[in-house]
Design a protein around this ligand. Structure first.
Ligand code: HEC
Length: 118
């Protein structure tokens, strides 16, 4: 009985943790374990000519490439990967209310608070 309770509690915990904040470590795992680097390297994320200009753009690009690859990530996995790519390469501050709300959830806030050198 105790172990069932424990299992139920940890399941609940992991579910709620996931619902609240994007998980950069999970994003990194998903990104490196998927075939994301088959068509391009990570250099496209830092190139001067990169196309993505903000967090919303990053999210839509990740969704598009996820669809191309048929990875079928869930929404929270997409957001984990977005958080990972943003914290590692793009370093966007959240700009819209929606992005601010997501950032307020946690993981992106570190990036947002770093002074930007522009
Ligand atoms: C089938 C080939 C292919 C795969 C696999 C692929 N991508 Fe892409 N990706 C592209 C192409 C092509 C572009 C450039 C599109 C453009 O020029 O707008 C791109 C661009 C991007 C960009 C934007 C780069 C910029 O200009 O700032 C991101 C972010 C990205 N991909 C993420 C991913 C992720 C995450 C995965 C794994 C789910 C992935 N890609 C897998 C083809 C692919």
């Amino acid at each position: 009985m105790k172990s069932i309770l424990f299992l139920a509690t940890s399941l609940l915990l992991s579910l709620s943790v996931h619902a609240e904040a994007p998980d950069i470590a999970s994003g990194q795992r998903l990104f490196t374990e998927s075939r994301c680097l088959e068509c391009h390297g990570v250099d496209v994320f830092t190139s001067k000519d990169r196309k993505v200009k903000n967090l919303a753009g990053l999210e839509s690009k990740v969704r598009q490439c996820d669809a191309n690859l048929s990875t079928n990530w869930f929404d929270d996995q997409i957001l984990d990967v977005v958080a990972y790519l943003n914290s590692t390469y793009y370093k966007f501050k959240p700009t819209t209310a929606n992005e601010t709300a997501k950032a307020a959830a946690g993981a992106l806030i570190d990036v947002a608070e770093k002074p930007q050198t522009e």
